[in-house]
Ligand binder design. Sequence first.
Ligand code: ADP
Ligand code: MG
Length: 599
Amino acid sequence: MPRIHKLSEALADRIAAGEVVDRPASVVKELVENSLDAGAARIEVELREGGRKLIVVVDNGVGMEREDALLALERFATSKISDADDLHHIETMGFRGEALPSIAAVSRLRLLTRPPEADEGTLVVVEGGEVKQVEPVGCSVGTRVEVADLFYNTPARRKFLSSVNTERGHCHEGVLRLALARPDVAFKLSHDGAVLLATTGKGDLLSVLAAAYGSATARQFVPVHFEAEGFSVEGYISGPRLMRATRQHQFFFVNTRFVRSRSLSHALTQAYGNLLPVTRQPVCALHLRLSPEDVDPNVHPTKIEVRLASEGLVHDLMVRAVRRALEAAGLRAQPVESMREDREQEPLEAAGRYSLGSRLRVSPVADKLDVRDDGIGVYAHPTRFSEPREVRPQERESLRLTPSDESRSDTPTALAQVGLRYIVAMIGKELLFIDQHRAAERVLLEKLRAVERPAKQFLTLPQTLELTPSQAAAVAEHSELLADMGFDVERFGPRGWLLRAVPAGLEYGAPEQALVELLDELAEWQAPASQEARAEQARTMVACHAAIKAGQRLSKEQMQRLVEDLLATSSPAVCPHGDPIILTLSDEDLDRRFERPVR
Ligand code: ADP
Ligand code: MG
């Protein structure tokens, strides 16, 4: 008796199914990819019980003839490639001809499909890989696949499925990836009747992000457009307020295929440099285009990891692309490693390396989402979207001396304070509305960053403080840090404390108030392990608490100085927390508001 025999086809299929299908989300992915390959413009996914009970995928793609529908359910049957050469320029998502038979082997599957030219459609019913029924039916153009009772005949696998919530989450994530991959296709995902995601299919990636994360969040994205050396990247990265604890929200697509890539994630981290708080990760949806020869999608059956031919080059181009996008948004990243040197080489006064316009812009696209047409942009006027221009110091001088050329003037004039919170200033043809607290915070932060150890400014009259036990404990615990920052606090009698010195630049305002607030925050602070991160967080806290507050009346001189100092910083447009500091209203905006015909 020979001991080796061939497995029955049904058993072979069931084993193969394990590779392609391991949970509802992989079924959803394979079916939706088929719909995309079929040229669908609209794809609906319905789930019951996290997909364990039922998965339905409906598309309006090319559909299948009766014979094709039957063939599609056989292993290695595909319409997408026919010879080995085709492997080198695959443009479809699938090509192995394994998905449908694998899914059919481990579920009860119904396939309804009709090509546009056919008068009627075909229904195929398969159970555990066995075709039970084939008959003509009336149905709409396209394909509907229903997968019920996944793994009903492989109990061991069924046992490995997670909770409804977990499986639903995986399905949701999978559909989101595909929706971000293809903004030109309208997706709808629902679970037990509730819609989880719905996109318009109008081709706009930002609107898919808005559908996924909400429009308020989407407004915090910064656009990326970059092209060089046969490589292009388009998409969105998060502004500084939109950071997450993990890299789960980083979506990279190579030639519309979702990929996970350490190298690309690393490029992102590197590009953000010091804009990235330690332990936080940016969010992104970025589409890379590479010539197909540079990509080998055939590495893994589920094709999530791709191999890039010139990974190092792509990494470096990615860093450049992201840096440039951040700069264009007024966010100047400095590499974390060389932050200290950069600061020393480049004192605050010389920070005007880019034209002012380029440093004011944040996210032009957000306007597209914002349906409230209040005519006031957080973002500078699009005429400014030119390449950042190097402005030499002499040139800056000469700009100052020619006020007649008002559109190029770099000198702001503070005009008034509104509601004790906002400063109105004029620069060129633009009115700036500046949040005084955020502006002061930005200025202070850069001052504190500019030096290793802020100078101490001794107060003419030391201030007595009464501290709560937790504030007093914070003084004790963080005495070194406070001293490093320029604070001089000492014990005075049994309950009192004496504030003798504050970091230079903080002496006006209410330094004791700033210190007390800082101590409250320090009392609850989870200090990060790295020295550099600790110092940066401490600076941010000091800047926030010591900055001029809303409600504080400012003299004309104070306003003028604050506006000038603000515009001299590297990122005048956003405060350290990522909120906008400046809103602008240009003469053209005014024309629009007055409905004056465009000149
Ligand atoms: P692959 O996608 O690798 O070709 P599948 O098993 O996923 O293999 O699908 C087999 C074939 O069935 C495809 O090549 C395609 O011709 C056809 N097919 C599958 N799903 C659809 C669909 N939604 N619309 C039209 N044709 C489909
Ligand atoms: Mg397929």
